[in-house]
Each structure stands twice: as C-alpha cells, then as structure tokens.
Design a protein around this ligand. Structure first.
Ligand code: AR6
Length: 186
C-alpha cells in the first residue's frame, strides 16, 4: 500500500482489492462506449450493484449517446456502498493514439468527480484487462495524471483517491512506477 499526501489534506492511495467493496463516494468502472457491462470489472460492478446500474446505463446512452474518453457517464451505485459509479471508457490497445486517450480518460474521471463534488473516489486499472493496454505503460500515465491533478487543483473537494488493483502483479507494477518516481511507500 502506498499513501501519498498532497497539500496536507489530500490522499492518493494505491491498494490491492476488489473495487466493488470500496466504501467511497464513487467508484470508477472500466466501461465500453455503449455501457454494456458484460465482462471484467464492469460485469463485477453490475452484478454486485444490482440491475439498476445497467438500467441507468441504458437510459444514459439513450439520452446522451455513446460515451467518449474525455467525458465519462455516471449512474447511481445500487446496492454498492458508494453513491455513484463513474463509467469511464479507456482505449483499446492497438486502435491508435492510446496514450493520449488514456490521459483523456483519467482527466475525464477527475472532471466528473469535480462535477459531482465528491470527496472520495476509487479507480481500477482502466483498459489493462480485456482492452489489452500494457500495465507498465498504464501505471506511468496514472502516475503523471494523478500528480498533475493534485498539483493543479489544490482546492479540490476530492480528498481521497484510491487506485485499486485487483491482483498482486498489477499492484507491484503500480508501486514500482510510483516509487521509481520518488514516492515513499508505507
Ligand atoms: N476490482 C478491481 N479491479 C478489477 C476487478 C475488480 N473486481 N475485476 C477486474 N479488475 P477490464 P478494460 C481489473 O477487462 O480492459 C468489459 O467487458 C483487471 O484485472 O475489466 O478496460 C467492459 O464492458 C484489469 O486490471 O476492463 C468493456 O467492454 C482492470 O480491472 C471492456 O471490458 C480492467 O480490466 C473494458 O476493458
């Protein structure tokens, strides 16, 4: 586990776990642009939260159309402990422009967090499962974008950001990346 503190009040934590168990204001889902939560962490969230998550997702797409990288959707979280699920769509590895799309996706999550004025959010390693984005590369972009967010938004309501990695190997890659950049592990 890594716990980085910004501006004395804001925490960035890297932990291993199942994101459906997180007790935060919002969890981020690694979704597809049609919000059909059929596999991976999306299916786990839809299953654990109950059918309202898929129903509200369908309603969102009917109303707003498909989801872009830069502006994720959000629904309520049904039976989960969180209030919201933010449905972010990461890049598919091999489609081109993946690094930039990953940055847009993470910035989109922060944008929605600010719009919802939430105080805590947990985010998985978007795109690194079914979408095939290399984990080391994702970790480097997560590092850059999370540091950038807290540096340029010292007044943000978002006091706690947790990066929740499902397996030990992915956790280690993220810890190595954040430590390599000079952070202190706890
Ligand atoms: N908690 C935290 N992380 C998890 C969990 C969990 N319960 N389950 C898996 N992961 P993926 P993608 C990790 O495939 O690559 C779906 O069908 C997993 O180990 O869920 O963005 C969507 O509907 C990996 O590191 O998402 C899309 O069609 C990370 O979550 C497509 O997959 C992301 O893996 C999105 O693919």
């Amino acid at each position: 586990m890594l716990d980085l503190i910004f501006h004395q009040t804001h925490h960035l934590q890297i932990v291993q776990g199942d994101i459906t168990h997180e007790k935060v204001d919002a969890i981020v889902n690694a979704a597809n642009s049609h919000l059909q939560h059929g596999g991976g962490v999306a299916a786990a969230i839809a299953r654990a939260g109950g059918r309202t998550i898929q129903e509200e997702s369908n309603a969102w797409v009917r109303q707003h159309g498909t989801i872009s990288h830069s502006h994720p959707a959000h629904t309520r979280a049904g039976n989960l402990a969180s209030t919201y699920v933010i449905h972010a769509v990461g890049p598919v590895w091999g489609e081109g422009g993946e690094d930039l799309k990953m940055r847009e996706t993470l910035r989109g999550c922060f944008l929605v967090a600010e719009e919802l004025k939430i105080r805590s959010m947990s985010i998985p390693a978007i795109s690194t499962g079914i979408y095939g984005f290399p984990i080391e590369r994702a970790a480097a972009i997560f590092y850059d974008e999370t540091m950038r967010f807290f540096e340029i938004n010292p007044e943000t309501c978002l006091r706690l950001l947790r990066i929740v990695l499902y397996d030990a190997a992915t956790l280690q890659i993220f810890l190595d990346e954040f430590k390599r950049n000079g952070s202190q592990a706890k």
